[in-house]
Each structure stands twice: as C-alpha cells, then as structure tokens.
Ligand binder design. Structure first.
Ligand SMILES: [Zn+2]
Length: 93
C-alpha cells in the first residue's frame, strides 16, 4: 500500500505509523461527562468502506495526515494534513 504524503510524495506504508480513527471528537477538556470520555477513548465504528484515519509519516517528514482509506479494498481516496491543507491521492493503493 502506498500513501501519498503531501510533502514527500508516494511512499510505502512501512514508513507510516497508524495513529488511530480520524472521526473521533474529543470532549471539552473541562468536561466531567464520563460517558462522553468513555466513548471518546473506547468506542470505535467498524466501517466497511471509506474510513478517515490519522497516519504519521514517521519514517519521513513526520507530518500527521488525515487519510481516507477503504477498509475493504485498502484504496486510498484522499490524503490531507491532519490540521488542514488537502491533496488528492494520486498513487496506487
Ligand atoms: Zn512526508
């Protein structure tokens, strides 16, 4: 599987570190709602299809990336910096 890093271009997945589900929303840090924190820490959606994930290019520029990957085919349809700028994935999956 190749992931196209916006800085480095297409690179093998072995250069990347999976950082988790990209769909989670952290509760307000001052919140004491235990059910909200429990859901944030433990609950995951087991998507069959396109899924937003966070990957770090640990073996390269160390950027954190928001990657949309199809969990059935491993096809990557979108890569963006986790903090913002988008770039379409042009590499093979
Ligand atoms: Zn990179």
């Amino acid at each position: 599987m190749l992931i196209t890093c916006p800085y480095c271009g297409p690179r093998d997945v072995s250069e990347f570190s999976y950082q988790g589900d990209g769909n989670r929303t952290r509760p307000d840090p001052s919140s004491t709602d235990q059910s909200a924190w429990n859901a944030y820490v433990y609950d995951r959606v087991n998507t069959a299809g396109d899924h937003k994930e966070i990957w770090q290019h640990a073996g390269g520029c160390r950027s954190h990336l928001a990657v949309t990957r199809n969990t059935l085919t491993h096809r990557i349809s979108d890569v963006a910096f986790a903090g913002g700028t988008k770039r379409r994935h042009g590499g093979r999956s």
